[in-house]
Structures are given as C-alpha cells and as structure tokens.
Design a protein around this ligand. Structure first.
Ligand SMILES: Cc1cc2nc3c(=O)[nH]c(=O)nc-3n(C[C@H](O)[C@H](O)[C@H](O)COP(=O)(O)OP(=O)(O)OC[C@H]3O[C@@H](n4cnc5c(N)ncnc54)[C@H](O)[C@@H]3O)c2cc1C
Length: 269
C-alpha cells in the first residue's frame, strides 16, 4: 500500500514558502530511485514553487543511530541534532558541527553540508544506496556537492573518541552573523576565492527587499522571509543578484538553494 504524508511547505520548509502537497513516503524494504519523484529531507535547503514536481521522503524508519563494528551507523532521515546528542552521550568526536546545521543526514550528504573545513564527507566511510554499499572513495564530492544520483538510505562513519564541547561553542559563535529570520541557509555557493555575500553587497543588493523577501542586512547571502514571502519574490531576487554580479564581476553565482519548480528550467539557471 502506498503511503503519502500531507505537508504544508509554508510551515515545514525552513524558508516558509510553498504549497500543501502529498509527499510519497518511502518505507523500509521499498526501494525507489530518483526518477520516481524528487526526494526531500528536512527542506532546509529547498525553495518550492506553487507547482513543485512530485515529491517523496524517507519514513521515520530511517531515523536511527547505533554503533556497529567500530563504525557509527546513521539512518538518512536522522536529524543532525540527534546525531550530536548521541555523540555527546557516547563521547564520539567530529560531529559537533551538526549541532547548528539544520537537516537530516541524507540531505547533509547530498549537499556535503558543513561549516568551513568541517564537512560531512570528512569522516564518512560508506553509504547505503539501493544498489548496495558504496565507499566514500567511489563518490565524487567537493564543496557543497556530491555526485550521487540515488537515494541515500544510511551513512556509516569512522569513529574517534573525544566529544569536544569547546567545538560546540565555536560553532555557535560562527553562527552569530546569521540572520534569525526564516531562510534556506546560504542562497549561493561561494565562488572560488571569493564570497557570495561580498559580491551581493558590492552590487548594492544587501538589505534589498521584494515583498516580504530580502537579502539580509546581517549577511547578504541569506535570502530571508519576513513572513508571507512568495516564491516569485524569492526567485526575482535570486535572478537579480545573478544578473548584477555577472554584469559587474563576470562571475556566475551558482545557487546553493535547490529550487523545485516543474517549469524551473524555463525561468532560471
Ligand atoms: C538557517 C540555516 C543555516 C544553514 N547553514 C548551513 C551551513 O552552515 N552549512 C551548510 O552546508 N548548510 C547550511 N544550511 C543548509 C542545510 O542545513 C543543509 O543543506 C542540509 O544538508 C539540508 O538538509 P535537509 O535534510 O533539510 O535536506 P533538503 O533541504 O530537504 O534537501 C537538500 C538536498 O538533499 C537531497 N536529499 C535529501 N535527503 C536525501 C537522501 N536521503 N538521499 C539523497 N539525497 C537527499 C535533496 O534531494 C536535495 O537535493 C543552512 C540552512 C539553514 C536554514
């Protein structure tokens, strides 16, 4: 029997934009590939249009964490906060950066999420995919991306002892320049040798607002929603920043936010 969950993305997504849709839930034992529908995690990096493609998500059965044969085994639907609590309880090092990183382990793997030099691939051992286990060495990855065209069901990590509470404080302080308003994190990836925030500011868009959406005064690379912001407001600011930065610096700003729109390719790069 197929299971769907009705989700209101204007509440569920971190940027608080999107329609209410039925999302297909992948239960354990049922394998799906990415041709079936678009896979979501915690929607902390997503911007949904009023007409998104069909969506699917992992069920709560993939929210688990345990130690096996000296490795940390984590289901892909497990939230980062739960990983940090587990590591604290078991005195495990290297996962402290997840304390302030919203999302599930599956979403973090796909985005190779992290803070500065701490990123999720660093201590990864292998991923469980529909085709079986895949070692980290066989997955092309880099700054905020990995080349994976399949659902991640589970991630296994190398383990070291020594949970570091001082790192928690460090990561918390690294967040102090981030706005409190709803957002999907960084809007654009940093181009090599530069900062997207600096470029947005340099083309005069820091603090610029369309409807209830704006490039934050606090950190220009955060597209924030003051409440009731729309997909159109958000995308018009994204395109405006890309055009201005291209015009002034000849740099193509690549989105970090994933835009989900059935007609996306007609409208945006
Ligand atoms: C306030 C704020 C601050 C942030 N700061 C940072 C930061 O400092 N560093 C950083 O890296 N990110 C940051 N982010 C972005 C976000 O935390 C990460 O991108 C995170 O990885 C998103 O996880 P998610 O579960 O919400 O994934 P989603 O947003 O739901 O999905 C993101 C991508 O992952 C894919 N995906 C999801 N689950 C799976 C799976 N099981 N298998 C395969 N693919 C999957 C989706 O298809 C999509 O392409 C921030 C976001 C917010 C809102």
């Amino acid at each position: 029997m197929s299971v769907y969950k009705t989700i209101d993305f204007s509440r569920y997504s971190s940027i608080k934009i999107g329609p209410t849709v039925d999302v297909f839930v992948i239960e354990q034992g049922h394998k799906h590939d990415l041709h079936d529908a678009y896979l979501i995690g915690g929607a902390n990096n997503l911007l949904l249009s009023p007409t998104p493609p069909p969506l699917m998500m992992l069920s709560k059965q993939y929210d688990y964490i345990y130690i096996q044969n000296g490795r940390l085994v984590i289901g892909a639907a497990t939230p980062g906060g739960k990983v940090v609590s587990f590591c604290k309880r078991h005195n495990i090092a290297n996962f402290e950066f997840m304390a302030h990183l919203p999302g599930t382990v599956g979403g973090m793997i796909k985005m190779n999420a992290g803070l500065k030099e701490w990123e999720i691939f660093k201590h990864l051992y292998a991923l469980k995919l529909a085709s079986g286990y895949c070692l980290k060495e066989d997955i092309v990855h880099g700054y905020r991306y990995c080349c994976l065209d399949s659902v991640v069901y589970e991630a296994q990590f190398h383990m070291e002892t020594g949970f570091n509470a001082k790192h928690l404080e460090l990561f918390r302080s690294m967040r102090s320049n981030q706005p409190k308003e709803s957002s999907a994190g960084s809007c654009f990836k940093n181009p090599k040798g530069d900062y997207a925030g600096r470029l947005i500011e340099a083309v005069g868009l820091k603090g610029v607002r369309r409807g209830a959406m704006a490039f934050s005064e606090l950190h220009a690379n955060f597209l924030v929603n003051f409440g009731g912001g729309t997909f159109e407001d958000a995308t018009s600011l994204i395109v405006l920043a890309q055009e201005r930065v291209q015009e002034k610096f000849g740099i193509c700003l690549e989105r970090e936010i994933v835009v989900l729109d059935r007609n996306e390719h007609a409208k945006m790069t």
